[in-house]
Ligand binder design. Structure first.
Ligand SMILES: C[S@@+](CC[C@H](N)C(=O)[O-])C[C@H]1O[C@@H](n2cnc3c(N)ncnc32)[C@H](O)[C@@H]1O
Length: 454
């Protein structure tokens, strides 16, 4: 162990020296932190309370032999499993969207934002933006907490949107819509949003437990470059949140340049409109989490100014953009639901992209002049050549599921599906309401004697 520790001798790293200089740590403390930063941390999960109640999940976990340990966030648990033959991300519970694998520290910004908002100014039917969304941990958490509001998830990097889409499709929230632009673009919408979550792009020192090269290639010049962008993004956040409403700013990095300095430079501006109400650092050697920084602000009250927002013409990849379902497309989906599931779509709105049919409880129409959505909530299927093909999540978007024939998916079946995508069954062809250990996990299909996960 001593030898291993020596490997992290701070005298050998610019980052270690930075720790000593900035936080006045002794070289021993600095070494302890550097060591803790690179140590693996316990796995933790956040439960999707729209799909399974916390008490039910706890009962289920116990039966599976999973040990859950509470954290300070009620929906977030540390998880310990004896049998890890199937990776947590491949378990049926994960694929069915019952939980999201999320670090405890990283779950704090939405949790704190929601708690502070509830105390001061509860949001009902508001519009909340997650300015930097992929892969979607915080977006889906916001969707859970602010269940009757619309969450606009923005991810500028198109190589990261597929991961965001996968997570949204798995979790299935029907109050999210995705846009893809530089966060600074939103500067065009002063006083527009009821809350803003800014989980800023950062140098990622706090993720060294996953990728230690972050520390090995640490470079202060790079950090100042990122901090410049962070300052612009927080200025945007201040502009776009409504007076008296709240912003969360967070990073998974520890240096003060990307945290305190970014925030303080905003707070110290003569014309600042922000009041800080909360600030916390998560230290890896104390909390045994990744390194994390979270703060919450409230925008000061001002006279309500009426803004005219610019109507922005659709740019670029028009073929990716969400369009509202036509009357005919909606009828096609409704016909399918009535014929195969003997029920109706819930109250809500349908949208299409070339890759999917989406259900959203919100009407995105009035926002479509401003924002070009590329994903519109709960993905319930696809529409190709005028034929609707359902996906697992459709189950959660219909009114009454009692008339859909149930089919229990066993662990053995799941193992087969993981290996071969389908499994032989004697059930008749058709669509089924799937259950696992007696609890709903969506719809599935039996075709030509094979059960398919759709
Ligand atoms: C820390 S990650 C977000 C993690 C996410 N909030 C979550 O909880 O899963 C920061 C994101 O900011 C994005 N980003 C980088 N530059 C940006 C910019 N100028 N405007 C908006 N987002 C940006 C990155 O692509 C990255 O996906």
């Amino acid at each position: 162990m001593q030898n291993e520790k020596n490997h992290y001798n701070p005298s050998m790293s610019r980052f270690g020296q930075y720790l000593i200089d900035t936080f006045q740590f002794s070289s021993d403390e600095s070494e302890e932190i550097m060591y803790a930063m690179k140590e693996p941390i316990g796995k933790s999960i956040r439960i999707n309370t729209r799909k399974i109640a916390l008490t039910d999940f706890k009962i289920h976990a116990k039966k599976q032999g999973w040990i859950l340990t509470d954290t300070d966030i009620p929906e977030v648990f540390l998880i310990d499993r004896d049998d890890t033959t199937i990776a947590l991300g491949n378990t049926i519970e994960h694929m069915a969207g019952w939980f999201y694998i999320q670090e405890v520290a990283a779950a704090h910004p939405p949790f704190l934002l929601h708690s502070e908002v509830q105390k001061k100014n509860p949001i009902h039917h508001g519009i909340i933006i997650d300015m930097c969304a992929a892969p979607g941990g915080k977006t889906t958490q916001l969707a859970d907490y602010f269940a009757d509001s619309l969450i606009i998830a923005n991810e500028v990097n198109r190589t990261r949107t597929p991961q965001l889409f996968d997570n949204l499709d798995r979790m299935g929230y029907d109050n999210i819509a995705v846009v893809s632009c530089d966060g600074r673009f939103f500067q065009n919408f002063p006083d527009f949003f009821d809350a803003v979550l800014l989980d800023a792009p950062c140098s990622g020192e706090g993720t060294a437990f996953r990728d230690s090269s972050v520390i090995d290639h640490w470079n202060e010049k790079n950090i100042h470059r990122i901090a410049k962008l962070q300052k612009q993004l927080i200025e945007t956040a201040e502009t776009i949140v409504k007076p008296a409403w709240m912003i969360s700013y967070s990073t998974c990095t520890l240096n003060t340049i990307e945290n305190e300095e970014v925030i303080d430079s905003r707070l110290q501006q003569e014309n600042t409109g922000l009041k800080e109400i909360f600030r916390k650092r998560f230290w890896p050697h104390i909390e045994h989490t990744g390194w994390f920084f979270a703060s919450i602000f409230q925008k000061k009250k001002t006279e309500n100014i009426h803004h005219e927002y610019p109507i922005l013409a659709a740019q670029g990849q028009k073929n990716l953009i969400v369009t509202p379902a036509t009357k005919w497309e909606r009828e096609t989906v409704e016909r399918f639901i009535s014929k195969h599931l003997k029920t109706k779509l819930k109250d809500g709105f349908l949208y299409l992209t070339k890759d999917g049919v989406y259900f959203n409880q919100k009407n995105l129409g009035p926002l479509a002049d401003y924002f070009y959505f590329v994903h519109a909530g709960a993905r319930i299927g696809t529409m190709k050549k005028n034929i609707f093909t359902p996906m697992n999540h459709l189950f959660w978007c219909v009114e009454d599921t009692s008339s859909i024939i149930p089919l229990e998916v066993t662990s053995e079946m799941w193992n087969e599906i993981l290996a071969r995508k389908s499994v032989k069954t004697t059930s008749q062809d058709g669509y089924y309401s799937l259950t696992y250990c007696g609890r709903n996990i969506g719809i599935g299909e039996v075709r030509k004697g094979e059960f398919l996960w759709i």
